[in-house]
Design a protein around this ligand. Structure first.
Ligand code: FAD
Ligand code: NAP
Ligand code: NAG
Ligand code: NAG
Ligand code: NAG
Length: 554
C-alpha cells in the first residue's frame, strides 16, 4: 500500500477537486496547452511490476530524462506474479469500517532525522530472528496469489508489445511462468535484481510522497521518503531511511494492496478469537491446508471461485457464499463466467447475515452462521473471504480519483498512474499509458490546459455513470476506443516533434471472445494450448489450432 501522505496529502487536493464542478463556457480554447511549472528531468517510478517496467522502458527510451529511479519494496521484479509461500499478515476487519481503513497494511514509522540507519542483530536474550523475518516479510508484502494459480487471461493478451512470449508457451500460464516472463523483461531492460543497475532499488518501500515546496510554499517537485529493509549476510538485518527528490512520479504500485473483508455483524469477534480460521484470499496459499475441513469461501469473482476449485480435492465440505447478483453490466467479466468454474460438489449458499456469538471455550465449529434467508450453518472450520481489495490512494477506496485518461493527476500532472484500468490488460494497454507519460513529460506530446482536463474528466464521469466502484473498468469497446485515442493523439504530435510513430497492438479481440466463451461455458482451457500465433505469426493455421485447443472439451 502506498503511504499516508500520498493518501492524506492528496486529500487536500481532492477537496479542491470536488469544488471544481463543471467548467463554464469562458474556458480558453482547447488548443491551449498545459504548461508544466518546472522542467521534468528526474523521475521516480513506484513499483517494478509490469506497469513499472513498462514505464521504465518508455521513459528510458526518451533522450530527455536525467535520472530515472524505480523503487520496489520486494526483492525482485514481477509485482503480483512474484509468488512465495510467505503469507501477508491478517488485518483487523474492523479497520475496514473506520476512516483509517487505508492504514490497514502499515502506517509508516518515520524517524525524526534523515537519513537514518539501524542494524538489528539477533540476540539470544532479546531480538528474535523470527520477529525480524516477520518485519522483512511485512516490508515486501507477499503477493495475493496461491500456489497453483494460473493466469485467467490467455498469454497472447497478457503480453508486453515488443516483448513476446517464447513460442509454445501455454495460454493459461502458471504464475511461475508469468513471473519468469516478467523477470526476462526486467533483464532485457537491465534492471533485474542482480543487474546492479543504480536506476533500480529493490527491498525499498516508498513510505511517503510529499510535495517539495520552495520558500514561498510553491510546489517545485516531489520528495520521496524511502525505507529499505534487508537481511545482511551475517544474519543481521539493516533498516535505512532516506529521501530523494524528483520532478515527477509514476505510481505503478498495483491495484490489489488492501484486502477488503465486509464487517458482517459478529465477524469482528470471530476473527479476534479465531484469526487463523478467518482469512482473506490474499492469505490463501495451499489447498492442503483445508484437508478434512468444512470451509466457506465468500465471494463470486475470480479469487473466491478459484479458491473453491483449489480446495475441492481437500476440503470435507465446501460452500461458496455469494450475495445477490448486482448484475452490473459494466463488470468486465460476467459473474456466471466465474461461477461456472466452481466444482459441482461445492454448495452455493446465499449471503451471510450474521455470525452468532460462540460461548467461551468453544471451538469455531460450534459457531452458528446465519444466512440472509434465515438458514443456520454450523460445523464450519475455516472461512476464506474472496471479497476483493480496496484502493488506498487519492480515493474513497473504489478507484483513483481525478485522473485525465485514467493516467494524469489533473491538479498536478507531474504525478501519473499506471495500470489503473480494471478489466483491460495491464501488459499491453500499459505500453500506451506509459508512452503518454514519457512523451508528455519530455515535451514530445502535450496535455490540454487544465480546464479542458477537468472538463474531460467530468464528461467521463457522466459517460461512465458516476464515480463508483468499476469507474475505471473498460469493456472491450471502450478499451479499443481509448487505444485509438492514445495512438492518434501521440502520433499526431509526433508529426511535429519527430517522435516515433506508434502502432496499435495486434487485435486479439476474436481470440479473447473465444476464450471468454470457453470460460463462460465452464470449459477449463487446455493448459497446453499453444501461443504461436501472436503478432506477425498470426497465421490462419495457428489460429485454427488455437480454436481447436480451446474447443477440445467444449
Ligand atoms: C489473484 C490475482 C490474479 C490475477 N490474475 C491475472 C491474470 O490472470 N491475468 C492478468 O492479466 N492479470 C491478473 N491479475 C492482475 C494483476 O494485478 C496484473 O496482471 C499485473 O500484475 C498488474 O501489474 P502492476 O505492475 O500494475 O501491479 P503489480 O503487479 O501489483 O505490481 C506493483 C508493484 O509495486 C510494488 N509496490 C507497491 N507499493 C509500493 C511501495 N509503497 N513502495 C515500493 N513498491 C511498492 C509492489 O511490491 C509490486 O511489486 C491478477 C491479480 C490478482 C490479485
Ligand atoms: N488468474 C486468476 O485465476 C485470478 C484469481 C484471482 C483473482 N484474479 C484477478 O484479481 C482481481 C481481483 O479479483 P478478486 O476476486 O480478488 O476480487 P473482485 O473481483 O473484486 O471480487 C470480489 C468479490 O467479493 C464479493 N463481495 C464483496 N463484498 C462482499 C460482501 N459484503 N458480501 C459478499 N460478497 C462480497 C463481490 O461480490 P459481487 O460479485 O456481488 O460484487 C465479488 O464477487 C481480478 O482482476 C481477477 O481477475 C485472477
Ligand atoms: C542482550 O545481550 C547483549 C550483550 O550480549 C546486550 O548488549 C543487550 O542489551 C541484551 N539485550 C537485551 C534485550 O537484554
Ligand atoms: C468433490 O468430488 C470429488 C470427486 O468425487 C472429490 O474428489 C472431492 O473430494 C469432492 N470435494 C468436496 C469438497 O466435496
Ligand atoms: C436458504 O438458503 C440455503 C442455502 O442457499 C438453502 O439451502 C435454503 O433452502 C434456503 N432457505 C429458504 C427458506 O429459502
Amino acid at each position: 500500500m502506498l503511504s499516508a501522505i500520498l493518501a492524506t496529502g492528496l486529500t487536500v487536493l481532492l477537496t479542491s477537486t470536488c469544488l471544481a464542478h463543471r467548467i463554464p463556457f469562458n474556458a480558453p480554447t482547447d488548443s491551449a496547452q498545459y504548461e508544466f511549472e518546472w522542467p521534468i528531468k528526474d523521475v521516480a517510478i513506484i513499483g517494478a511490476g509490469v506497469s513499472g517496467l513498462l514505464a521504465y522502458r518508455s521513459l528510458s527510451e526518451k533522450d530527455h530524462f536525467k535520472n530515472i529511479r524505480i523503487f520496489e519494496r520486494d526483492e525482485k521484479p514481477g509485482g503480483n506474479w512474484h509468488y512465495t509461500d510467505e503469507i501477508a499478515r491478517s488485518i483487523p476487519i474492523e479497520i475496514g469500517e473506520t476512516s483509517d481503513w487505508w492504514k490497514a497494511d502499515y502506517v509508516p514509522e518515520i524517524p525524526e532525522k534523515l537519513p537514518f540507519c539501524r542494524t538489528y542483530k539477533v540476540e539470544s536474550n532479546g531480538t528474535r530472528k523470527e520477529d525480524l523475518e516477520k518485519k522483512r516479510i511485512q516490508h515486501r508484502q507477499p503477493k495475493p496469489i496461491w500456489k497453483t494459480l494460473r493466469a485467467n487471461t490467455p498469454a497472447p493478451q497478457q503480453q508486453v508489445p515488443g516483448f513476446t512470449w517464447p513460442p509454445g508457451v501455454e495460454w493459461a500460464s502458471h504464475h511461475s511462468k508469468v513471473q519468469r516472463y516478467l523477470r526476462s523483461f526486467a533483464s532485457w531492460l537491465g534492471i533485474n535484481n542482480g543487474d546492479d543497475n543504480p536506476d533500480v532499488s529493490y527491498n525499498t518501500r516508498v513510505e511517503l510522497v510529499s510535495k517539495r515546496l520552495d520558500k514561498s510554499r510553491k510546489q517545485i517537485g516531489w520528495s520521496l521518503l524511502l525505507r529499505k529493509f534487508v537481511e545482511n549476510e551475517d544474519g543481521s538485518y539493516r533498516e535505512a531511511y532516506w529521501e530523494e527528490n524528483f520532478d515527477a512520479v509514476v505510481v505503478a504500485a498495483g491495484r490489489f494492496n488492501i484486502p477488503h473483508i465486509p464487517a458482517i455483524p459478529g465477524l469482528v469477534e470471530w476473527q479476534k478469537r479465531f484469526p487463523e480460521q478467518i482469512i482473506h484470499s490474499r492469505q490463501y496459499r495451499f489447498g492442503s491446508t483445508t484437508k478434512g475441513k468444512n470451509v466457506i469461501v465468500v465471494g463470486a469473482s475470480a479469487s473466491a471461485t478459484g479458491i473453491s476449485l483449489d480446495i475441492n480435492a481437500f476440503a470435507s465440505t465446501s460452500y461458496l457464499s455469494i450475495r445477490e447478483d448486482s448484475n452490473d453490466p459494466r463488470a468486465p467479466v460476467r459473474r456466471q463466467t466465474h461461477l461456472n468454474q466452481v466444482p459441482p460438489n461445492t454448495t452455493i449458499i446465499g449471503e451471510i447475515k450474521r455470525f452468532r456469538s460462540i460461548p467461551a471455550g468453544e471451538d469455531i465449529s460450534k459457531g452458528e452462521i446465519e444466512l440472509l434467508n434465515g438458514t443456520i450453518i454450523t460445523g464450519i472450520d475455516q472461512l476464506v473471504f474472496g471479497t476483493g481489495q480496496e484502493q488506498p490512494i487519492v480515493t474513497d477506496g473504489t478507484h483513483v480519483r481525478s485522473l485525465y485518461l485514467d493516467v494524469f493527476y489533473i491538479d498536478q500532472p507531474t504525478l501519473a498512474f499506471q495500470g489503473q484500468n480494471v478489466g483491460i490488460q495491464t501488459f499491453s494497454y500499459g505500453k500506451y499509458t506509459s508512452e503518454a507519460i514519457a512523451r508528455v513529460w519530455s515535451g514530445q506530446a502535450h496535455l490540454p490546459h487544465k480546464q479542458a482536463l477537468w472538463r474531460h474528466f467530468w464528461n467521463t464521469v457522466e459517460e461512465r455513470g458516476g464515480l463508483k466502484k468499476g469507474f475505471q473498468w473498460l469493456q472491450n469497446q471502450a478499451e479499443a476506443r481509448y487505444l485509438r485515442h492514445f495512438v492518434s493523439w501521440l502520433n499526431s504530435e509526433a508529426v511535429t516533434t519527430g517522435a516515433k510513430l506508434l502502432d496499435l497492438p495486434p487485435d486479439v479481440s476474436e481470440q479473447m471472445d473465444l476464450w471468454m466463451k470457453a470460460r463462460a461455458a465452464g470449459v477449463t482451457v487446455d493448459p497446453n494450448g499453444r501461443n504461436d500465433f501472436w503478432g506477425d505469426s498470426l497465421g490462419i493455421n495457428q489460429e485454427i489450432e488455437w480454436k481447436k485447443a480451446v474447443l477440445d472439451d467444449w
